[in-house]
Design a protein around this ligand. Structure first.
Ligand code: ACO
Length: 402
């Protein structure tokens, strides 16, 4: 039996809501999401319009500072970011400490957290607005460098330094793929597709990783430490890690002979832990607007690059079946952003282990915007309550009597 008095917190009765399915943790002016209607807007601008007309750095500015920048402000923002792409040379020593078996997400979160050592002023809870702006610029600028280096470490290649003559995504691609052995030319189709993917991932209100960033930041931890925690939250297969899990699942289905019906049955079997990765969403109960844009982009990119990927057909087959299956229809399970993103990443030549890192690069401006908003609104420390269900008070039992 639960002692009712233990349900009373300082501010009244405690509600239990596992997974925070119906609990708002904050007010926010950054991202609007209507799960029933499939609407997603950043600062009031629709995701469809931003994906078509804007670019990732402009969207980053919009999310973080609240308005689209005028030309001079935009140019300065981009130029500041370009000037900070280089990372401290000692970061290479940290990188070298990781075995090549290290997953790039673990390396990425470590390198981001390590920035607290290179920029100790960021630790000061009373940091100035200028210091916050510098952390923002440094994080956005260095993230592609950390991401590309985490991959180079994995494959045992020397790292590439940033090329500031290139734009944000082109610079990342060159750091990822150029080798001392051969020339590397960035394909504009690949760079543009990547830029669009980053926009689509840039924010998604109070999801698992963003809530993590806000909760860690609420203890007045530095932006680097908070975002490093967000990267770890994103890593799990129920969140950002789903994009890697989707491709692995599609590959398994292909190797298994492509029998989608068999795998659908597995997903519906309550005695089988298997879930159809890339399906379902805590908030979208009609369709995920990002998935719609990505599905179309996947078709375009594969056509432009002349790639024929057999898993795309399996993905389309699964989607078709799920849309007509009562189990999926009743539970409102539709493809989410991760269902088709892996197929594009693959077509762009991004290795599977790097998919979630790509998500983290995209989500970075959202995490920053949410951290900044939380601190500017002077939100209290995040500290949920609980209902204790353990043993009542009991005397200590000596080792000889157990
Ligand atoms: N395959 C099969 N059944 C599913 C799936 C799925 N992908 N997703 C949910 N269900 C079922 C559950 O078993 C449950 O069934 P029940 O009512 O019979 O018990 C019902 O649908 C509701 O699912 P919950 O897990 O309660 O929903 P929740 O909101 O907690 O979870 C989540 C949402 C984590 C996204 C879930 O749908 C899932 O695990 N999907 C697969 C992983 C995935 O694609 N994650 C990426 C999400 S998007 C993102 O983070 C960027």
């Amino acid at each position: 039996a639960i002692d009712i008095s233990s349900l009373r917190g300082e501010s009244g009765v405690i509600t239990i809501d596992p997974g925070f399915k119906n609990t708002g943790s904050t007010t926010s002016a950054i991202t609007f999401l209507d799960g029933e209607k499939g609407i997603l807007r950043y600062r009031g601008y629709s995701i469809e319009e931003l994906a078509e007309k804007s670019n990732f750095l402009e969207v980053a500015y919009l999310l973080i500072y609240g308005e689209l920048p005028d030309k001079a402000t935009y140019d300065k923002f981009v130029s500041d970011i370009t000037m900070h792409t280089l990372v401290h040379e000692d970061v290479k020593k940290i990188l070298e400490g990781f075995p090549s078996t290290a997953h790039p997400m673990g390396v990425l979160s470590s390198l981001v957290c390590a920035q607290t050592a290179f920029y100790p002023a960021s630790l000061d809870p009373n940091r100035s607005a200028t210091e916050v702006d510098m952390s923002i610029i440094r994080l956005i600028a260095k993230m592609p460098t950390f991401a590309a280096w985490s991959y180079k470490n994995q494959i045992g290649h020397p790292v590439n330094y940033p090329d500031n003559n290139l734009n944000y995504t082109a610079n990342f691609l060159k750091m990822m793929f150029a080798t001392p052995a051969e020339e590397y030319e960035v394909d504009p189709v690949v760079a543009n597709a990547l830029d669009k993917l980053l926009i689509l991932h840039a924010d998604h209100e109070q999801n698992c990783s963003t809530s993590t960033v806000r909760v860690v930041g609420s203890s007045h931890a530095s932006m680097y430490a908070s975002i490093s925690a967000g990267i770890n939250a994103l890593w799990g297969p129920l969140h950002g890690g789903a994009n890697q899990a989707v491709i692995e699942m599609l590959e398994n289905i292909r190797k298994d002979g492509g029998d989608t019906k068999k795998w659908m049955a597995k997903a519906k079997d309550k005695n089988d832990p298997f879930r159809l990765m890339g399906f379902g969403h805590r908030v979208y109960k009609n369709f995920d607007p990002r998935a719609k844009i990505i599905k179309k982009a996947a078709d375009d990119v594969l056509a432009k690059l002349g790639v024929k990927d057999p898993v795309l057909d399996i993905a389309k087959g699964l989607e078709e079946e799920a849309l007509n299956d009562p189990y999926f229809v009743e539970r409102k399970l539709y493809p989410n952003v991760d269902f088709y993103s892996g197929i594009i990443y693959r077509a762009l030549g991004i290795p599977t282990d790097m998919f979630t890192v790509m998500f983290a690069m995209g989500r970075l401006p959202g995490w920053i915007a949410q951290w900044k908003e939380m601190r500017e609104n002077k939100e209290p420390i995040g500290r949920p309550r609980q209902v204790y269900t353990g043993a009542n008070q009991r005397p200590y039992v000596g080792m000889d009597k157990r």
